[in-house]
Write a protein of this length. Structure first.
Ligand SMILES: [Cu+2]
Length: 161
């Protein structure tokens, strides 16, 4: 009797043990699935953040380049189109030196732009063309953008000797 009981007990323990193992397997799988889901979420968040950063960088670069693309670089032989009353033209002065400006239809109209490192005038400068004359000569720092506006009914332009 004791032997039979012992066999039954052992058999029961084996069954219980087998059940225990079966139960343990899905339990062990669950945390693995959760980990995978979590890591996927993290990757998605990182991608979204990277895209946002790239867009911001592109916008900033475009803003910085705007004043440079508007104005042609002042150089010998350059000339603006003819300007009607109220029309404007812009040139950027990047190189140090002397720039002799004249009006092609009226070559007596002249002025000189001196570009000098450390000059107090810089950034954006607005000058008028009025009464068949440019303004007085001007000294500016490299990188200055000068915008001329024609205030006369006659057409003028800005040309470089
Ligand atoms: Cu003119």
């Amino acid at each position: 009797m004791n032997k039979k009981l012992g066999v039954l007990l052992i058999g029961g323990m084996l069954v219980l043990g087998a059940c225990g193992e079966e139960e343990a397997q899905p339990a062990a799988n669950e945390p693995v699935e959760e980990e995978m889901e979590t890591s996927e979420e993290v990757v998605e968040e990182e991608v979204v953040e990277e895209e946002a950063t790239e867009e911001e960088t592109v916008e900033e670069e475009a803003t910085e380049e705007e004043p440079m693309t508007d104005a042609a670089e002042a150089a010998s032989g350059e000339a603006s189109p003819l300007l009607k009353k109220g029309d404007m033209t812009s040139f950027v002065f990047n190189e140090a030196g002397e720039f002799n400006v004249f009006c092609e239809p009226h070559p007596v109209m002249k002025m000189t732009v001196v570009v000098e490192e450390g000059a107090t005038t810089s950034g954006e400068v607005a000058l008028d063309i009025a009464d068949y004359a440019f303004s007085e000569n001007i000294t500016v720092a490299p990188g200055t953008v000068i915008t001329w506006t024609n205030q006369d009914s006659a057409q003028h332009n800005v040309a470089f000797e």
